[in-house]
Design a binder for this molecule. Structure first.
Ligand code: NAD
Ligand code: IPM
Ligand code: MN
Length: 352
């Protein structure tokens, strides 16, 4: 049966990298993958023209009719507080209840690992980022903007249900893949985060085979640079997961390569949202410099989600191969522009 997926290019390099991912999708379609796409022109342009542009009815229609969403990036200097990103990206994460942001970090070549003495085998982990709570709940107060008494305040929220379901998904992945689990928080300074340690302790007996470590996020940030090979699954709150994902992307060769999946793991057939970890990169937008591999690998995760795991594996193998051949963009050691990197990828994919 044909699966429908919504496609949002978004802003900046978003549409540039998604155009390449769609060419890859065409190539896999020719091999019997049955997918139809529904392009949605959401982004800063429409927001500046019409105001909030992702009304509830449209979101509901996406959730009802699509198995997945593929998104480039949202973010534009003309919308400095990111109102439309809240509307579009955070809006889907929340309203589709995509509580796990799963960000695999796998170095594909030795050369792309920036740490002295470390090789690709040393950087292979996955971040489970809580995706609906934490400091992203949006609640807060502001007082006296622009005055000497100005005060802003925001709240962070961690519910037992929210923490437990994220940790359970991380534990289950760790058990399945035989990986150690590291849970990280900052409960020494922020007591509200101690719930993560309590729920972790409660779940541990259910997963006796999983090696568990808990550490403060500052210490983990250092350990990841010194000994990334010690980590398999990292589970954490929304904000720390956001930050660690970019740090870990750098350990594996840069933001241009990193994919992600926003999921509701308790129900495998639930709609998923797939997007590169990077943003709209206004500094390189419109110049054909963007690396399309983060978007292409996100498409790979999407294909696995909708029932084509073998195609996802082919995409991973072809990604490693274009990097090895240096048939890729400048950020990862090649000389190609975005479109040519897409063409090289499709050519290599055909032989994998
Ligand atoms: P960014 O990820 O867009 O860029 C950070 C750096 O990485 C830049 O130097 C950029 O050129 C480089 N880079 C990113 N993607 C690349 C690619 N595919 N190929 C080569 N180089 C790449 O982060 P930022 O500059 O902090 O944010 C820019 C905008 O994007 C902001 O509005 C931000 O809110 C938004 N953003 C959106 C998402 C998303 O939609 N998922 C994610 C992160 C940031
Ligand atoms: C990400 C992004 C978003 C986030 C921004 C654009 C709101 O940085 O997906 O990593 O913080 O979640
Ligand atoms: Mn981010």
């Amino acid at each position: 049966m044909t699966s429908r997926i919504a496609v949002i290019g978004g802003d900046g390099i978003g549409p540039e990298v998604i155009a390449q991912a769609l060419r890859v999708l065409d190539a896999v379609r020719a091999r019997g993958v049955e997918v139809e796409t529904w392009p949605l022109p959401l982004g800063a342009e429409l927001y500046l023209r019409d105001g909030p542009t992702f009304p509830r009815e449209l979101r509901d229609e996406v959730q009802r009719s699509c198995k997945a969403v593929l998104l480039g990036a949202v973010g534009d200097p003309r919308v400095p507080e990111g109102e439309h990103a809240h509307d579009i990206l955070l809006g889907m994460r929340h309203s589709f209840d995509l509580y796990a942001n799963v960000r695999p970090v796998r170095a594909l070549t030795d050369e792309l690992v920036p740490l002295r003495g470390k090789r690709k085998a040393d950087v292979n982990l996955v971040i489970f980022r809580e995706n609906t709570e934490g400091q992203y709940v949006g609640a807060g107060r502001e007082h006296g903007r622009g005055t000497p008494e100005e005060m802003t305040q925001s709240r962070e929220l961690h519910t037992r249900r929210g923490v437990e379901r994220l940790l359970r998904a991380a534990f289950e992945h760790a058990q399945r893949a035989n990986l150690p689990l590291a849970m990280t928080d900052k409960s020494n300074a922020i007591p509200a985060q101690a719930i993560w340690r309590r729920v972790l302790a409660e779940l541990r007996p259910e997963f006796p085979g999983v090696k568990v470590e808990q550490l403060y996020v500052d210490a983990l940030a250092a350990r990841l640079i010194q000994a990334p090979e010690q980590y398999g699954v990292i589970a954490t709150n929304n904000l720390f997961g956001d930050i660690l994902a970019d740090q870990c992307a750098a350990l594996a060769g840069g933001l241009g390569l990193a994919p992600s999946a926003n999921l509701h793991p308790a129900v495998p057939s639930h709609i998923g949202l797939f997007e590169p970890v990077h943003g709209s990169a206004p500094d390189i937008a419109g110049r054909g410099l963007a690396n399309p591999l983060g978007a292409i690998r996100s498409l790979g995760l999407l294909l696995a989600h909708i029932g084509y795991p073998a195609e996802a594996e082919r995409i991973e193998r072809a990604s490693a191969e274009v990097l090895r051949l240096r048939r890729c963009t400048r950020d990862v050691g090649g000389e190609l522009g975005t479109h040519d990197a897409g063409s090289a990828f499709i050519e290599v994919l055909a032989s994998h």
